[in-house]
Design a protein around this ligand. Sequence first.
Ligand code: ZN
Length: 145
Amino acid sequence: MNIRVLCRKSKKKVLLEAMAAFCVKQLNLEKSRYTLWVLSKNDLVSDLHADGVCFHGPNDIAICIDSSLTGLSKYTTFAHEMIHAKQIARGVLKMGRIGRRGIMSWRGQEVKAMAYEERPWEAQAFREQGKLAADLHTFISRNTK
Ligand SMILES: [Zn+2]
């Protein structure tokens, strides 16, 4: 998996690159053919009512996290979105579009309208984000001064 971080501030870019590389390794995605794009955006929370988002095309996966996040919430949001990146890279979660209609599939089954809290990919991400975020936090703390 190639990693591309889009960020103007060089210190932040280095941090996001380290976070992405760590998660790619932990999630065993190094051999994935997808390119992972990482962005940090102002006001994502007010624009989308989310701390982070993940979306994809045929060859690319993008994750975006709110730039105002700090401390553990930054690692937790990043880990959560990286778990979605893994679901996409493995072909388990697919998000697409037919005309104006957004379509999603989970484990080969098309998912019709489903409440956020019932989505199995969210349940899995919430289940697995804690350990990945804690490991990520430890890794970054040890490798940055
Ligand atoms: Zn999610």
